[in-house]
Design a protein around this ligand. Structure first.
Ligand code: GLC
Ligand code: GLC
Length: 813
């Protein structure tokens, strides 16, 4: 069953039923001011950091679901009836309800009793504010006398504190109202120099105290003031400050009117916080021009157009036309768009991530670059330097950092032994895309300590060496707190409720080893060697290669189980992911990653491992993490066995790692298998089974319940997942084979046999490559002509004569 449809021309997903199985969300903002918005206008906004600078309040896991957001109400002043055009919170039976989620905006609306109303929500580029454009049309044959209301609930900045520290919070709330603009200034009197504001183009009334607006014991579905048709001009003193505006709408038959609301964030210079100086009144001079500008509908429209152009440009870096609509739609629009969201949010704020628990993950954000770096390389560069500055002098890293402070998060600390290698992979993705070698010379601190600056290149060296000084009994890398699989906690041994599996360590960590990290080490080591070589550091390069060769030998000796790669050794030195195990005999991570890294290509191990994955782990809904699922809790394995079978890391379909197998298959030349796996988890291809899948059909989810789960095929945790970058990378760079390399743009498609070919446009290092691939035989060997001239090999040379457009033709045979 479907709950909407794709409008690919407009790059929108159009939801046509408000009660989707779960809230289907979109992101507003892609720079510093962000919001999440559901298809019924639920959600919240924040500046940079969803925990530390939350602008509006949102109650996660609320009842009813997704209650609280950017709500508009209309009231017919004759019938006295009121409703919300976005369905929530009043939940009337609406006509023609649609929510159009687009690139950086959402338009939500409907018709009710002859009144058509839509609100377009978006964040203008370069601004720390969001605009709501409410358009109301009277489709009746008679005049309509309406009142409109718009409301938000302010959060007292620190979302964690806001949800817990009520003995203080109920006293601190403060607002000012001036010229109809509501200013939220809690804690501005003391240590904050920022405030929020909510403005309206035609205000006739307001409320700022939640209870005054809603009435006692009422919810957002039935505010007393909206019911009565008049706001009360309340001023909040403590309790719960809100922003509510009232407008008048007198509409003749067929008449349309637009009202603009602006919700924003503003910082003042510390010495210029108050006006007049010495008073306690906010200095508003610095923000008034911005407010005035965007309350003007013409300016708002211009900002929408700019946003459209921005996305056209950004997505235009890579566009493809294949015989498969789901591939096209995801690559050209939604998967790339999701990569922007994961780049911005890491795993911090979604419908499943509360914005409080997690900042930016070290391994996550480095991997996110694989799907993002081509879109805005300058921001990728900045991110790399921020990430590297949280690296510890040992070469290890803080597992997460807070985006606002850019400092490592001490609560979670470090010791995840895969972390450092992702930095090498992230940096190399940047180098391959841009050829900007200067980044390697950037001085970067360790642990954000001033004075500890070393060139970024040295950070990469320390990443590599980190593993060499942490090898276990078999010569494989010690796993530490966990590797990519956060839930394989082999040194944890936790039997105490509530302990964190990721930070509890009851073992000294000298025994448990990871075959996955071994594969990662080989892959990252080769990347580092290639970088060293390009820098002319031959001796160093051969040292890296030497170490990866040694590791390969160890993998061959202790990391192979006969038909597939082992996963790990536990603290007793026993195998994990072996046919000798009772449960968890085979895992996706070590097999997928080793194949992706090209390990075992020559001696048949990779082929055997991929066969085993196909046989034991692949399902119609995607590839599960391991089999058989753990049916009970294993003290020595940790969190992985805490999940019921089929969910999350315990044999769920973790979509993040499925692409490793896709890439592995391309390395074996299996285009059919690779694209088949790709399609099984492609959200667009799953749109038809929306009632089973339940999450948004336009973005990937982290997890789909595995075959051991009663809800096999049900997705969870959409939007913020490494799935976005890895699937993008797998389809674009390995299946379509339009691949960045240190030498230039490589063309090496491994596509399904029944594809006659495809065309693509790629903007790469300031040159536009118009690529056409034609299949003339069954295989994957390619002959390239560039601007009509045949070339050797498959790397397209950078045009020496400064041509800005190059035509590439590839014949597959
Ligand atoms: C989550 C984490 C990621 C981890 C994965 C597997 O997606 O964000 O860091 O690798 O789970 O445990
Ligand atoms: C839990 C999740 C895992 C995630 C981790 C982050 O362990 O299962 O996916 O990476 O939390 O802290």
């Amino acid at each position: 069953m479907k709950f909407g449809y794709f409008d690919d021309k407009k790059r929108e997903y159009v939801i046509t039923q408000p009660d989707t199985p779960l809230p289907w969300i979109n992101y507003l903002g892609c720079e510093a001011y962000f919001g999440i918005i559901s298809n019924t206008a639920g959600g919240y906004s924040f500046y940079r950091d969803a925990r530390l600078r939350r602008l509006t309040r949102y109650r996660y896991n609320n009842v009813p679901l997704d209650f609280g957001g950017r709500y508009v109400y209309l009231r017919d002043n004759e019938s006295k009836e009121f409703w919300s055009p976005s369905w929530q919170p009043t939940r009337h039976d609406l006509e023609d309800y649609t929510c159009r989620h687009g690139m950086g905006y959402s338009v939500i609306g409907s018709s009710y009793d002859g009144i058509e109303a839509h609100t377009r929500y978006f964040v203008p580029l370069g601004e720390n504010l969001e605009i709501w454009q409410l358009t109301v049309t009277n489709r009746r044959e008679t005049k309509a006398t309406l009142s409109g209301f718009a409301s938000i609930e302010f959060c007292l900045w620190d979302a964690q504190d806001d949800a817990t520290n009520f003995q203080r919070n109920f006293n601190t709330g403060q607002v000012e109202v001036e010229d109809g603009v509501i200013y939220h200034k809690t804690e501005y009197r003391e240590r904050r120099n920022h405030f929020a504001y909510f403005a309206c183009s035609e205000p006739v009334g307001f409320d700022t105290q939640r209870e005054a607006f809603l009435g006692r014991y009422r919810g957002w579905d039935k505010p007393e003031t909206v019911e009565a048709g008049a706001l009360s001009n309340s001023i909040a003193h403590g309790w719960s400050p809100i922003g509510a505006h009232q407008v008048s709408l007198e509409l003749g038959p067929g008449e349309t009117k637009q009202i603009v609301f602006v919700l924003g964030y503003h910082e003042n210079p510390v010495e210029d916080k108050f006006d007049p100086a010495g008073s306690q009144t906010i200095n508003k001079k610095t923000v008034k021009p911005t407010i005035a500008k965007y309350l003007n509908g013409v300016e708002a429209d211009a900002a929408v157009e700019k946003l459209r152009l921005y996305w056209e440009q950004t997505l235009g870096v890579f566009q493809v036309n294949t015989p498969d609509i789901h591939t096209n739609r995801m690559v050209n629009i939604w998967n790339a768009y999701q990569c922007m969201a994961t780049f911005n949010m890491s795993r911090s704020a979604s419908f499943y991530e509360s914005g409080i628990g997690r900042g930016l993950g070290f391994r996550d954000s480095n991997q996110d670059l694989l799907g993002f770096v081509h879109m805005v390389p300058s921001r990728a560069r900045e991110r790399i330097l921020d990430l590297a500055a949280t690296q510890l002098p040992t070469g290890g890293a803080y597992h997460q950092y807070q985006p606002l402070t850019k400092r490592g998060n001490n609560d979670i600390g470090g010791g995840f032994n895969d972390d450092p290698h992702w930095l090498i992979i992230g940096v190399n993705a940047y180098l391959k895309e841009t050829g900007d070698w200067s980044i390697l010379d950037e001085p970067v601190q360790y642990d954000n300590e001033p004075g500890s600056e070393q060139p970024l290149y040295e950070h990469l060296q320390r990443s590599f060496n980190y593993t060499l000084s942490r090898l276990g009994p078999h010569g494989l890398p010690l796993i530490g707190r966990a590797d990519w699989n956060d839930c394989l906690n082999l040194n944890c041994f936790s039997d105490t409720p509530g302990q964190s599996f990721q930070t509890t360590t009851n073992k000294d960590g000298k025994v448990a080893e990871s075959v996955f990290i071994a594969g990662l080490f080989v892959y990252a080591g080769r990347e580092l060697a290639a970088i060293a070589k390009m820098r002319g550091l031959e001796t160093e390069a051969s040292r890296y290669i030497g170490e990866t060769e040694k590791m390969l030998a160890v993998i061959n000796e202790h990391g192979w189980d006969g038909e597939w790669f082992l996963r790990a050794y536990d603290d007793f030195g026993r195998k994990i992911g072996s046919k000798d195990c009772e449960e968890g005999k085979i895992f996706i991570e070590s097999n997928g990653f080793c194949a992706l890294a090209g390990i075992g290509l020559e001696d048949g191990k990779a082929a055997s491992a991929m066969d085993a994955v196909g046989k034991h782990l692949a399902t119609k809904h995607g590839i599960v993490v391991q089999q058989p699922a753990y049916s009970k809790y294993y003290l020595e394995l940790g969190e992985i066995s805490s999940y019921p079978p089929g969910y999350k890391e315990n044999a769920g379909i973790f979509c993040h790692v499925n692409p490793w197998v896709m890439i592995g298959e391309t390395r074996l030349g299996h285009g059919d298998a690779a694209h088949d796996y790709y399609s099984r988890i492609n959200p667009s291809a799953r749109e038809e089974i929306g009632d089973l899948h339940r999450c948004e059909p336009y973005v990937y989810a982290q997890m789909i319940a595995g075959k051991d789960a009663p809800t096999f095929g049900e997705a969870k945790n959409s939007w913020l997942t490494g799935t976005a970058a890895w699937n993008y990378y797998a389809i674009v760079q390995w299946i379509l084979g339009i691949r960045t390399s240190l030498d230039g743009l490589e063309i090496a498609p491994v596509i399904p046999k029944n594809w006659p070919g495809f065309t693509a446009t790629r903007r790469f290092r300031d040159v536009v490559y118009e690529i056409a691939i034609e299949r003339r035989g069954d295989g994957n060997s390619i002959a390239l002509t560039v601007d009509g001239e045949a070339i050797e090999g498959n790397v397209v040379p950078t045009p020496a004569d400064g041509r800005k457009t190059v035509t590439v033709k590839g014949i597959l045979s």
